[in-house]
Ligand binder design. Sequence first.
Ligand code: SF4
Ligand code: SF4
Length: 163
Amino acid sequence: MKVLLDMIELRAAMVQNPSLELPEALCYSSANTNGLKTIRELATFRFTCRRCEDAPCIAVCPAYALEKDTDGVIMRHTNLCVSCKSCVTICPFGTMMTDFFRHHRNKDLFYDLCDPEEARKFVAACPPGTARLTDEKEKPDEHIYQLNERVLIRDYIYVTEKE
Ligand code: SF4
Ligand code: SF4
């Protein structure tokens, strides 16, 4: 059983209610060795980011907290990030949601999606229609992509010419 997180519906819910407090999810079996990162952050940099060649977000970061991995995907060193949000402001595509950068998160809002029980609780805590448990596989024609072995993401992805 996987969790499908619908980033399209999540963004719509946040536009409707900007003060919405979203539950956050982690999945420690995913490739994630540079500090604690949420599923939404991993999904955004992997699927939504336009992978700008000159990456103004990296250039503007005063803490040298952003870099590209070997696949050209932006990653944030959370231990270096000072939450200034300069990268959010300069990104021409509005890729990032500002709440990625909160320093003090409520620990109770984190769910480990590698634990089936926590995955169920996460889905129940998400706004209606934004997450579900599923046995589905990737379905690009429905904008559903695999983030890792436990998580599917629904989003409009940006495909570079190289891909
Ligand atoms: S919010 Fe963090 S990653 Fe973004 S520019 Fe500021 S220090 Fe860098
Ligand atoms: S500026 Fe925005 S779209 Fe461009 S690489 Fe950075 S996060 Fe991605």
